[in-house]
Design a protein around this ligand. Structure first.
Ligand SMILES: [Zn+2]
Ligand SMILES: [Zn+2]
Length: 129
């Protein structure tokens, strides 16, 4: 059904539904929750969704500064998934959708500070007016 070639750990609760890009898949946790985790995480220590981790004793819960849709008020972004990716500097990224429908990563700090309010294409289009 999928050709994503992922090898999940035996105790993983995830089912890969769809490949989004080279890094991200759409996956469903055993509890029914759907998110967009990184392939690398799925193949290593990301065994279940956060809600399930909390339920099962909180083992391995990541330290996160939570970001919510409220933080994005006044921007074009819709929050799809928080903390899906961490770069080599330790910056967390969220997966967001612009009002024009484009989806991309933005660092959480840029979202929180509203340095990023829309996708590049929308920003360019706005500048032309
Ligand atoms: Zn779950
Ligand atoms: Zn846009």
């Amino acid at each position: 059904m999928s050709n994503t070639h992922l090898t999940l750990p035996k105790n993983s609760k995830w089912t890969v539904l769809e490949e989004i890009n080279n890094y991200i898949v759409k996956a469903q946790c055993g509890c029914g929750h759907i998110e967009y985790p990184q392939k690398w995480d799925l193949e290593h220590d990301y065994l279940m969704c956060d809600a399930c981790r909390r339920k099962f004793g909180g083992q391995g819960v990541r330290k996160r500064k939570d970001i919510t849709q409220k933080d994005l008020e006044g921007t074009e972004w819709t929050l799809l998934q928080t903390h899906i990716k961490k770069d080599v500097y330790g910056h967390w990224f969220s997966w967001v959708r612009c009002s024009c429908g484009r989806e991309q990563y933005v660092t959480n700090s840029n979202l929180k500070s509203k340095r990023s309010t829309m996708c590049k294409e929308c920003a360019n289009a706005k500048q032309k007016h």
